[in-house]
Design a protein around this ligand. Structure first.
Ligand code: ADP
Length: 391
């Protein structure tokens, strides 16, 4: 019998879900419960059926009960629930079943991701009520990066801050980087153990990871997802003195500076217009200089980080683009590769226009270093890990 896994991704005011079939990688039904904790929460779904339903005043628990109802109405069954969990800290280097022990470990990490982990815990508790008889698993955004060596994960801070407080680089988007690297190996028909890869996940959040022999050896995000590349609304790397400087000059509090760096910076901050790459490319074409500057900084910093990550690999067999921007934006990919001539990249303009669809996702010319486009599928990784844990 086929095993369906319900994959849950809990945010502060939304729950993304997907009923997935791990073996075939098929999504049977996926959807979103949004505006949770307001009086007009909404459940939307598509797949074998599509539709939407007003949930009224609903929190995470009511939304999950709404999903249970929906599955029953559509006569769909599932064998387990897999949760995306943001921060596993050093305790979790792989996915695990939900148990008293693992939940205690997750709670102990909550200080590392105060915005995310408590919401994930809430989602797990609500799913327990909604699906009392089903096993549940946790799949961590950080776990894939636990193979990073010390030289890559340590900050040059007093060592006690790492030893006693766990302050180090953790990295995120691990399920996405893991998926696209495995998929690259499959498409290139090479064992992943032999490959030196860089994957660039470019969505609203952006990160790039160096993967050697299937293991993450360095990544651009750090203690939090703020470090590294320029993102939709996040600044990425800045001078760490900025907090004090803005406090002194503009009298901003720590919380105000954090809010500025997380919500008002990146593409949005530079352009003053949008965090959406599509809109910025259109604005640039229409002569908007600030949009052009935002894209230029985004691409430059991406290329610079890719170049830096090659230090962790010693060589590069393939560069993978994924995420909404990586999968869809030909100009961003082209401009990024144009900045890396010393790595030998030569873009096949036609293949780039069609996202490499006719050739395994490859967008570089034959006999030149390989650049590829691979659509990510984090839900399938979560479904597969969950299926493996319950079997
Ligand atoms: P999230 O990180 O929220 O999952 P996505 O992976 O969906 O986000 O990526 C969202 C980004 O992808 C947005 O900046 C959006 O503009 C960009 N994007 C989607 N389609 C295109 C496209 N055709 N061209 C350029 N950018 C695109």
């Amino acid at each position: 019998m086929k095993t369906n896994i319900l994959v849950i991704n809990c945010g502060s005011s939304s729950i993304k879900f997907s009923l997935a079939e791990p073996e075939s990688g098929q999504h049977i039904l996926s959807g979103l419960a949004e505006k949770l904790d307001s009086t007009h929460a909404l459940l939307k779904w598509k797949g074998v059926a599509s539709g939407s339903k007003e949930l009224g005043k609903a929190g995470h628990k009511e939304a999950l009960l709404g999903i249970v109802d929906l599955l029953q109405q559509l006569n769909l069954s599932c064998s387990a629930v897999g949760h995306r969990v943001v921060h596993g800290g050093e305790k979790f280097s792989s996915s695990c079943l939900v148990s008293e022990d693992s939940l205690a470990g997750l709670k102990a990490n909550s200080h590392l991701a105060p915005l995310h982990n408590p919401v994930n815990l809430q989602g797990i508790a609500a799913a327990k009520l909604a699906f009392p008889d089903l096993p549940q698993a946790m799949v961590f955004d950080t776990a894939f990066h636990q193979t990073m060596p010390r030289q890559a994960f340590l900050y040059a801070l007093p060592y006690a801050l790492y030893r006693d407080e766990g302050i180090r680089r953790y990295g995120f988007h691990g399920t996405s980087h893991r998926f696209v690297c495995q998929e690259a190996a499959r498409r290139l028909e090479r064992p992943i153990e032999e490959l030196a890869l860089i994957s660039a996940h470019l969505g609203n959040g952006c990160s790039a990871t160096a993967v050697l022999g299937g293991k993450s050896v360095d990544t651009t995000m750090g203690l939090t997802p703020l470090e590294g590349l320029v993102m939709g609304t996040r600044s990425g790397d800045i001078d760490p003195s900025l907090h004090e400087f803005l406090g002194n000059t503009l009298n901003l509090s720590l919380a105000e500076v954090s809010n500025l760096l997380n919500k008002k910076s990146g593409l949005l901050g530079l352009s003053g217009k949008s965090n959406d790459m599509r809109e910025l490319l259109e604005a640039e074409a229409a002569g908007d200089e600030r949009a052009a500057i935002a894209i230029q900084v985004f691409v430059y910093r991406l290329a610079k980080s890719i170049s830096a990550l090659t230090v962790a690999l010693g060589r590069l067999d393939a560069l993978i683009f994924t995420g909404g921007i990586g999968e869809n934006s030909c100009p961003v990919r082209q401009r990024c590769l144009d900045l890396l001539p010393f790595l030998g990249f030569q873009v096949d303009a036609e293949a780039n226009l069609t996202h490499g669809q006719d050739n395994k996702g490859i967008i570089s010319l034959e006999n030149t270093p390989c650049a590829m486009v691979i659509p990510t599928d984090e839900e399938i990784v979560i479904a597969r890990d969950t299926a493996a844990l319950i079997s």
